[in-house]
Ligand binder design. Structure first.
Ligand SMILES: Nc1ncnc2c1ncn2[C@@H]1O[C@H](COP(=O)(O)OS(=O)(=O)O)[C@@H](OP(=O)(O)O)[C@H]1O
Ligand SMILES: [Mg+2]
Ligand SMILES: [Mg+2]
Ligand SMILES: [Mg+2]
Length: 395
C-alpha cells in the first residue's frame, strides 16, 4: 500500500477508475526493462564500428534496440493482460528482419530480447520459462499491428524515439501510452540518458567532443536517466530513477512528483526543438522566438526527452514545425502529451486545438505544428506569434 502510494499508482479518490492502475504498473515496469535493454545496446553500439544501424525505406535509422524493445514490451503486456486483450500500435515491423540476408540481425534481436526478459524478476515481473525462439520474437513484434482509431483501447509504442540520438550516443526515449476511445489515458516515457543537470541536455557527445572546450560529464553523472509517467485526470506526473544495472535496488522503485516550470516571462524561458532541421524548421522557430521575446538559445534535443524536459520544469516551451506534407505519428507524441498536461502544462497544435489521437496512426488534421508550454501565458503568446508570421513563412 505504502509502496503504491510512493509510486503514484493509487487512486486519489475511490471514484477514480481503478482499472488503469494495473496498466500503469505494468507499463512502467516494461519501460524500465526497455531502458535497461537500450543502455546495453547503446553502450555496445558506440564502442564498436559494425553494421549495426540499418536504414529504413525513408532512410531513417533502425537498430537492434528498436526491434528488441518492441518485442519485449509486447511480450510483457501480453503476459500481463493476455495476448487477445492487448492491441498495440507501434513503429517497427518485421519486414527488414525477416529478409534472408538479415539472419545475423535477427539472431542479435532474439539474443537481446532474451537477455532482457531474463532480467524481468528485477522489475517484479515473471521471466519466460524458456528463452523465446525466433518465431516467438517475430510474433511479438508483428503482433503490434493495430491501426488505432476512435473506439476501444490500444497501446501506442515508440520502442526507441530519437533513434538518431540513440546511434549517436545521445538522448533518446522509450514511449508507451494507453489510448482509450481516442483519448490518451496513460503515458510512460523512459529517458535513459536524461542528465543529472539540465545544462547537460544540450551537450551533444560527438559534436562537443570535437569542437567544445566543455569538459565532458563523466558517464556516471551523464547517465542518470529517469522514467516519467502520468495518468490522465490525476493531476500528477511522477518520476522514477532508472533501475541501474549492478545496483542492489529492486522493485518497487521509488517515485516523486514533478511539475512544469512557473516561468511565464518569455525572456527567462527556454524553448526546445528537434536537433535536425529536416524534422522541424529552425528558421521559423527562430523568428517566433524573436517576436515573442525568447532570449535564450534553443535547446536542441533528440526525441521525446523534450516533452520530459517540459514536464520536469527544465525548459518552458517545445515547438515542432515539420515540413508541409509530413504527417506526425501518434507514437511520437501520445505519452508526452499526457505527461506534460498532468504536470500542469499545455499541449496543442498551432491552432490551439488538442492533438487528435483518434484517427489512426497519424495525427490527422494537425494545424501547422505542435506547441507544448509550461503554462497558458507562454502558450497563447506563441500561438499568436505563429498566426502573425505564418503567411510570410516558407512553410
Ligand atoms: N521528415 C520528418 N519530419 C518530422 N519528423 C520526422 C521526420 N522524419 C521522421 N520524423 C519523426 O521524428 C522523430 C524524431 O524526432 P526528434 O524530435 O527526435 O527529431 S531530431 O532527431 O531531434 O531532429 C522520429 O522518431 P523515431 O523514428 O522514433 O526516431 C520520426 O518519427
Ligand atoms: Mg524511427
Ligand atoms: Mg519516434
Ligand atoms: Mg522510434
Amino acid at each position: 500500500m505504502e509502496n503504491q502510494e510512493k509510486l503514484g499508482l493509487l487512486a486519489r479518490a475511490s471514484s477514480e477508475p481503478e482499472q488503469y492502475f494495473k496498466e500503469l504498473d505494468f507499463a512502467v515496469r516494461a519501460v524500465q526493462m526497455a531502458c535497461s535493454l537500450c543502455r546495453r545496446v547503446q553502450d555496445s553500439l558506440i564502442s564498436k564500428t559494425g553494421n549495426d544501424v540499418q536504414s529504413k525505406d525513408d532512410n531513417s535509422p533502425v537498430t537492434v534496440a528498436d526491434w528488441s524493445v518492441q518485442a519485449t514490451v509486447s511480450w510483457v503486456l501480453s503476459e500481463a493482460f493476455g495476448s487477445n486483450n492487448v492491441s498495440i500500435v507501434a513503429e517497427e515491423d518485421v519486414q527488414t528482419l525477416s529478409k534472408v540476408d538479415s539472419a545475423g540481425l535477427l539472431k542479435a534481436v532474439v539474443e537481446t530480447v532474451n537477455k532482457s526478459l531474463a532480467e524481468a524478476p528485477r522489475f517484479g515481473l515473471k521471466a519466460p520459462e524458456l528463452p523465446l525462439g525466433t518465431s516467438e520474437v517475430l510474433e511479438a513484434i508483428s503482433r503490434c499491428n493495430s491501426n488505432g482509431g476512435s473506439t476501444g483501447r490500444f497501446w501506442a509504442l515508440d520502442p526507441v524515439d530519437g533513434t538518431l540520438g540513440f546511434v549517436r550516443g545521445d538522448q533518446y526515449a522509450i514511449a508507451l501510452a494507453l489510448i482509450e476511445n481516442g483519448e490518451v489515458t496513460l503515458g510512460v516515457l523512459g529517458c535513459p540518458n536524461y542528465p543529472m543537470r539540465k545544462e547537460w541536455l544540450s551537450y551533444h557527445h560527438r559534436y562537443h567532443r570535437i569542437v567544445s572546450k566543455l569538459t565532458p560529464p563523466t558517464s556516471e553523472s551523464w547517465d542518470k536517466g529517469c522514467v516519467i509517467y502520468a495518468r490522465k485526470g490525476s493531476g500528477k506526473t511522477w518520476m522514477q530513477p532508472l533501475l541501474h544495472i549492478n545496483e542492489k535496488l529492486v522493485w518497487p522503485n521509488s517515485a516523486r512528483p514533478v511539475r512544469v516550470s512557473s516561468i511565464d516571462n518569455p525572456s527567462l524561458a527556454t524553448f526546445c526543438e528537434p536537433v535536425e532541421k529536416a524534422n522541424s524548421s529552425h528558421s521559423f522557430t527562430a523568428g517566433l522566438a524573436h517576436s515573442v521575446g525568447l532570449r535564450k538559445q534553443p535547446l536542441r534535443v533528440y526525441s521525446m526527452v523534450k516533452y520530459a524536459a517540459i514536464a520536469r520544469g527544465d525548459a518552458e516551451i517545445f515547438m515542432k514545425f515539420a515540413r508541409a506534407g509530413y504527417k506526425e505519428k501518434i507514437w511520437d507524441h501520445a505519452a508526452g502529451v499526457v505527461i506534460i498536461q498532468e504536470a500542469g502544462g499545455v499541449v496543442t497544435d498551432a491552432g490551439g486545438r488538442p492533438l487528435d489521437f483518434s484517427k489512426g496512426i497519424y495525427l490527422e488534421g494537425l494545424d501547422r505544428g505542435i506547441i507544448a508550454s509550461a503554462g497558458a501565458v507562454l502558450h497563447d503568446k506563441i500561438i499568436r506569434a505563429v498566426d502573425a508570421s505564418w503567411d510570410s513563412s516558407a512553410l
